[in-house]
Design a binder for this molecule. Structure first.
Ligand SMILES: NC(=O)c1ccc[n+]([C@@H]2O[C@H](COP(=O)([O-])OP(=O)(O)OC[C@H]3O[C@@H](n4cnc5c(N)ncnc54)[C@H](O)[C@@H]3O)[C@@H](O)[C@H]2O)c1
Length: 245
């Protein structure tokens, strides 16, 4: 019950790590306002999670949809205590094969989506005198990689945004931290699961020789969301089986 009666606003809740976070919020006693563009999967999961969960279809790149979502969250749950900016998209390729349209699209979803989330939801936290915001970056936002010029810079931007917002919102008692997962193979974003040779090659490049599980990322999320981390703000939280070493 580490999130007992806390209202959690979670984006990208229908699949992958978001689905795992959604289940954990409920099992830790929280209320869940869950959003995604994947409507069917989102509604199905909310139904399974019961009365403490409410699904709302939302594209995080759309400002008006953020405003509608915040209004419904406030009407239904009375406010928001925790925001998890989890939704994101990936593109992979060298700079010559990528396009500026893809760059703009990824920045619009991954960076503007996160920025709009903080802008729209933090006033609800200010009303409550307290809050915790968790932004999902990546190991790709920690160091340089090949073929990640677009996704990588979006995830570096999220780390930077986290630190700037942690300063700006500290006077309101709102903490802002980022999570930097390594490769989590149980997600839609992780391609290559059907290729055992590729999977083995990746595994061998990881110091602990294993992938991160969704459940492990949810445990870190609960720590940062709950009052246990009350002294922690502006931090980058790596969970990557040692890749960043
Ligand atoms: N899987 C990994 O190895 C890994 C590693 C590091 C970071 N991440 C990050 O973790 C987060 C979760 O991704 P995942 O791996 O669970 O992937 P996923 O594809 O399984 O889930 C992402 C969810 O976000 C939703 N989404 C996509 N665009 C959206 C939009 N515009 N508006 C609202 N919802 C949208 C999708 O419908 C999906 O349900 C992402 O930010 C991703 O960049 C993933």
């Amino acid at each position: 019950m580490r999130l007992k009666d806390k209202v959690v606003f979670l984006t990208g809740a229908a699949n992958g790590m978001g689905e795992s976070h959604a289940r954990r919020v409920i099992s830790e006693g929280g209320f869940l306002f869950m959003t995604d563009i994947a409507e069917q999967a989102g509604r199905k999961l909310a139904e399974e999670l019961g009365d403490r969960a409410l699904f709302f279809a939302q594209d995080i790149a759309n400002e008006a949809q953020w405003q509608n979502a915040a209004k419904v969250a406030k009407e239904h749950f009375g406010g928001v205590d925790i925001l998890i900016n989890n939704a994101g998209i990936l593109t992979k390729g060298d700079i010559q094969s990528e396009s500026v349209e893809t760059l703009r699209k990824v920045l619009d979803v991954n960076v503007a989506g996160c920025w709009l989330g903080i802008r729209t939801i933090s006033p609800l936290m200010i009303e409550r005198g307290k809050g915790s915001i968790i932004n999902v970056s990546s190991q790709v936002g920690y160091r340089g990689w090949t073929n990640y010029s677009i996704y990588g810079c979006s995830k570096w931007a999220i780390r930077g945004l986290t630190k700037h917002m942690a300063m700006e919102l500290a006077p309101h008692n709102i903490r802002v931290n980022s999570i930097l997962p390594g490769a989590v193979d149980e997600t839609g974003l992780f391609s290559g699961r059907s290729d055992p040779e590729f999977m083995e090659q990746i595994k061998q490049s990881i110091p602990l020789k294993r992938f991160v599980t969704r459940d492990q990322v949810s445990s870190l999320m609960v720590y940062l969301a709950s009052d246990e981390s009350d002294a922690t703000t502006g931090t980058d939280n790596l969970i990557d089986c040692g890749v960043s070493i």
